[in-house]
Design a protein around this ligand. Structure first.
Ligand code: GLY
Length: 465
C-alpha cells in the first residue's frame, strides 16, 4: 500500500473542488498497468496525478466520481479475488482503503457506467480531465459515448481550472514531500559529481543516478538527460565515455514514495575544472539562474523572471562578443533564443511538468498573460503570476546548436543582434543548463532541498572526490 496523507487532506481538497465546480459530476479514471512487451509484463506502475491528489490510492483499475449536486464522493473498483491473491498476496478491501482517504462510498466497477448514464440522462454535466493514455481514452469514450478521437476536446475547462487553482499552491504536507524528493535529487547529483572523471561511461553515471532514485523512492521523475552533448536539450543517449575537456550535463530528478518530483540540472567539467572559455559561459548561466531566483517572490510573473534571465544571457554574450546591439530590444524580439530556445521553467509537484496533462496553457497562462508566438518566447511553459506555495523550476541555459546556428545565419536572422563570426568559434562548445527547484513563500522564496554544488569552486571541490 502506498503512503498517504491524513484522510482530511483528501477530504479538504474535494471540498475545495466542490466550491470551484458548480454542478454535475466529475469522473476521475485511475491508470491501469501499462504493458512493456506482453500484457502481463508491465512498466513500473504510476497512478494518475489528479487521482492521487484527490483520492490518494495508487492502485490500478479504479475510478472515482465527485458528485457536485449531491455532495458525494465515490470510489469504483473490484475487490481482489482468489486468483489475484494467489499471485499478489492478501489485499485489503477497497472499502477499507477508501476509508483511509475519507471516502465512505465504494461501488463495483460495473456501476460506473450506470452512474454516468444516469447523470447524462438527467441532463447533468459530466466533467473529466483530458485523458492522455490510450486505454483511458477508450475507457472514457465507452463510458460517455463520446467518439474516442474527439474525447480530449470534451474535457471540462471548469474542472481543469478548479484543479489547477488547487494544485498550484502546495500545502505544507506537500512541501515536506517536495523537500524529500529534492533530498533524493541531491544524492543523485552529488554521486554523479564524485564520479565525473575521464574514462567513466555516461551509461554508468545514468545508472548510478537512477539506482539512487530507486533506493530512496519511486524512481526517476522523467527519463534521465545525461550527456556531454548538452546542446541537445533532451539528450537521452548515454553512449559516450567521459573525456577531459568536455562538460557533462545532467538534468535529472527523483519521484519520492508519495509521487512528488524533483528536477535539477547541473553542468559539470569532466575532471573538475572548466576551461576559461567554458567558465566564461558558465558564469553567465549561473548569473541568469541566481538573479532569477533572487527576484522571485509572490506577485511577480514568472514571465518577468524569464525575461530577466534572458537579458542576463544576452548581456553576458554581448560582453563575450557573441551578441551586440540593444540587449532589451534583442530579447524582446527573440534574438537570445539562438542560445536559449526554451523557457525558464515549469511548475513542479506530483508531475515533473506539474499538471501539464491538463493543458500547458491552463497551467502556465491565464486571462492576464497569453502565450507569445515568437520562437523562444513561445516555449515558455509557465508565465503567470507566482503565489505563495507555487513551486517552479529555474533553469536557464546557453546552448550552441550547430544546425540552428546554420539556419539562422543562412536566413540572415537578427544580424543586428548576433555576431555570427564570433558564434562560429563556439559551434562545438556544447550546452550549459543550471536548474534549481524554487518554492514561492509568503514573503519571498526558498530553494528546495540541500544546496547542490553549482559554483565553479564548489564543483571543483566535489568532482572526482
Ligand atoms: N527537466 C526536464 C524538463 O523540464 O523537461
Amino acid at each position: 500500500m502506498n503512503p498517504l496523507f491524513k484522510a482530511e487532506v483528501y477530504q479538504n481538497r474535494r471540498t475545495q473542488l466542490k466550491k470551484a465546480v458548480k454542478s454535475g459530476i466529475a469522473v476521475f479514471l485511475g491508470n491501469s498497468e501499462a504493458p512493456m512487451n506482453y500484457p502481463s509484463n508491465t512498466y513500473k506502475y504510476r497512478q494518475d496525478s489528479n487521482f492521487l491528489y484527490f483520492f490518494g490510492l495508487s492502485i490500478a483499475d479504479i475510478a472515482a466520481v465527485i458528485d457536485f449536486d449531491e455532495n458525494r464522493d465515490i470510489i469504483f473498483g473490484n475487490d481482489f479475488e482468489i486468483d489475484d491473491i494467489i499471485w499478489m498476496g492478501n489485499q485489503p478491501t477497497l472499502a477499507s482503503l477508501a476509508e483511509k482517504v475519507g471516502v465512505k462510498e465504494v461501488m463495483p466497477m460495473a456501476k460506473l457506467s450506470e452512474y454516468i448514464h444516469a447523470a447524462q440522462t438527467a441532463g447533468r454535466k459530466v466533467h473529466f480531465t483530458p485523458p492522455y493514455r490510450g486505454d483511458n481514452k477508450i475507457w472514457l469514450s465507452n463510458l460517455t459515448g463520446i467518439n474516442v478521437n474527439d474525447i480530449r476536446n470534451h474535457a471540462s475547462a471548469e474542472l481543469i481550472k478548479g484543479i489547477v487553482n488547487l494544485r498550484s499552491a502546495k500545502e505544507d504536507c506537500e512541501i515536506e514531500q517536495m523537500e524529500n524528493a529534492c533530498e533524493i535529487g541531491y544524492k543523485m547529483h552529488t554521486a554523479v559529481m564524485r564520479r565525473c572523471v575521464a574514462g567513466v561511461p555516461e551509461l554508468e553515471l545514468a545508472g548510478l543516478a537512477e539506482g539512487i532514485t530507486l533506493s530512496y523512492g519511486n524512481g526517476v521523475s522523467f527519463p534521465i538527460i545525461l550527456s556531454q552533448h548538452g546542446e541537445t536539450l533532451h539528450n537521452h543517449g548515454h553512449e559516450a565515455i567521459l573525456q577531459e575537456g568536455n562538460m557533462l550535463l545532467m538534468d535529472a530528478g527523483a519521484e519520492n514514495l508519495m509521487n512528488y518530483c524533483s528536477d535539477n540540472t547541473r553542468t559539470l567539467p569532466v575532471g573538475g575544472r572548466f576551461t576559461q572559455k567554458q567558465q566564461e559561459v558558465y558564469e553567465i548561466v549561473l548569473k541568469a539562474n541566481v538573479d532569477a531566483i533572487n527576484a522571485a517572490h509572490p506577485g511577480v510573473y514568472n514571465k518577468e523572471l524569464h525575461t530577466l534571465s534572458c537579458k542576463v544571457i544576452a548581456q553576458g554574450l554581448s560582453q563575450l562578443g557573441l551578441m551586440k546591439g540593444d540587449v532589451d530590444e534583442a530579447v524582446r524580439q527573440g534574438a537570445h533564443a539562438l542560445f536559449m530556445p526554451h523557457g525558464l521553467g515549469h511548475q513542479l509537484g506530483l508531475d515533473v511538468h506539474d499538471m501539464e496533462d491538463l493543458g500547458e496553457n491552463f497551467v502556465g497562462y491565464d486571462d492576464t498573460v497569453s502565450r507569445s508566438d515568437i520562437f523562444g518566447w513561445s516555449a515558455l511553459r509557465m508565465a503567470r503570476e507566482l503565489k505563495p506555495g507555487f513551486i517552479v523550476t529555474i533553469e536557464p541555459g546557453i546552448y550552441f546548436i550547430p544546425q540552428l546556428i546554420d539556419n539562422w545565419k543562412n536566413e540572415h536572422k537578427f544580424e543586428q543582434f548576433i555576431n555570427y563570426d564570433k558564434v562560429e568559434q563556439y559551434r562545438d562548445f556544447g550546452g550549459i543548463r543550471i536548474e534549481d527547484d524554487l518554492l514561492i513563500t509568503a514573503d519571498g522564496h526558498k530553494v528546495l532541498g540541500p544546496a547542490i554544488p553549482k559554483t565553479p569552486k564548489e564543483l571543483e571541490e566535489i568532482i572526482g572526490k
